[in-house]
Structures are given as C-alpha cells and as structure tokens.
Design a protein around this ligand. Structure first.
Ligand SMILES: Cc1cc2nc3c(=O)[nH]c(=O)nc-3n(C[C@H](O)[C@H](O)[C@H](O)COP(=O)(O)OP(=O)(O)OC[C@H]3O[C@@H](n4cnc5c(N)ncnc54)[C@H](O)[C@@H]3O)c2cc1C
Length: 144
C-alpha cells in the first residue's frame, strides 16, 4: 500500500492544526459489486481497519491521531465519474497502451475529438491536462 501525508503542503481542506493523508491500494470493482448496503459498509469498515492497522505498524501512534476517515472504492469512483470498472486512469498502464500507443485525439467522426485519461499521453492530472492542451491545438490547426 502507499501512504501520502499531505501535511507538507497546505491543501486548504482541514482546519488549522489538522492534516489529511491518503492510503492507496490496488483494487478491483469486482470486490465491491453485488453487496447489500450493509454488506458494502461492513466491507469498507473492514478494509479501513486492516489498512489503518498496517499504517500503525509503519508509523506507531498514528492510529490515535486519526479523527475521521472515509473509504473510497472503485464503486464510488464509478458512481462519481462513470468510468468503466471505476478506473480513474483509463486504459491499463501496460507498455502496449501507453504514450503514443494510446488513442489519438481525432476520431473517425468528423469534429469529434478525445481528450482524457483514455487518450494520449495518458492518465493523471498532468496526462489529462497535457492531453486537453494538445487536443485543443490539433482542433485549432484543423479549424484554421
Ligand atoms: C481518488 C483519486 C485520486 C487521484 N489522485 C491523483 C493524483 O494524486 N495525481 C494524479 O495525477 N492523478 C490522480 N488521480 C487521477 C486523475 O484524477 C484522473 O486521471 C484524471 O482526473 C482523469 O481526467 P479525465 O478528464 O480523463 O476524467 P474525469 O476527471 O473522470 O472527468 C470525466 C467527467 O465526465 C463526467 N461524465 C461522465 N459521464 C458523463 C456523461 N454521460 N455525461 C456528462 N458527463 C459525464 C464525469 O462526471 C466527470 O466529471 C486520482 C484519481 C482518483 C479517483
């Protein structure tokens, strides 16, 4: 698992003197499908408890400091973004689908372009921002 401690920068979310952090693990929508509301909440609580215990082993005392937490699953991301299988990163990051191997901006439909984590150069904020910029430049070139 990965843990990001955001206390090093002021992201403006928590009140002064409080800090936020994020634990990230690889996950799959399959683990969260077909559960009742209670089953889903129970599994989320179990996941939180296991991950916080792991964090406590890495950073003794951190558990005592946690005032509030939330668990975000691929199901949450699917609900919020409509991305298939709840992926925020588009196509899998394997060499054959990375960089120039990802979808280009122009589509077979005239006037329809792609700019997102699914297209070049790839996912993440930087990937989506660069993709949008490059796509806009291509649209402008073609319009002119
Ligand atoms: C919890 C989390 C943490 C992350 N952390 C980082 C990070 O630290 N650094 C980093 O670089 N990247 C991070 N990412 C990844 C990054 O957020 C994404 O790769 C990036 O936002 C993808 O941009 P996008 O424009 O392709 O899609 P999105 O940002 O998913 O935008 C798609 C938009 O389309 C809307 N939409 C979907 N379907 C429809 C429809 N039918 N009609 C109208 N609107 C629709 C959605 O509501 C959404 O607003 C993180 C993602 C998550 C979920």
């Amino acid at each position: 698992m990965g843990f990001t401690d955001y206390s090093i920068i002021d992201i403006g979310l928590p009140e002064a003197g409080r800090y936020s952090g994020v634990i990230v693990v690889v996950d799959s929508l399959r683990q969260w499908e077909g559960l009742s509301t209670t089953g889903y909440e129970t599994r989320k609580a179990l996941a939180a408890s296991i991950l916080i215990d792991r964090l406590e082993r890495m950073m003794p005392g951190v558990k005592e400091e946690i005032e509030a937490y939330d668990v975000v699953t691929p199901r949450t991301i699917h609900r919020q973004t409509n991305n298939p299988a709840g992926t925020p990163y588009g196509f899998a990051h394997i060499p054959s689908q990375q960089g120039l191997h990802r979808l280009g901006y122009a589509s077979p439909v005239r006037g329809l372009y792609f700019a997102s984590a699914w297209s070049r150069p790839g996912a993440g904020y930087l990937g989506a921002i660069c993709g949008g910029y490059n796509c806009a430049k291509q649209v402008l070139r073609e319009v002119r």
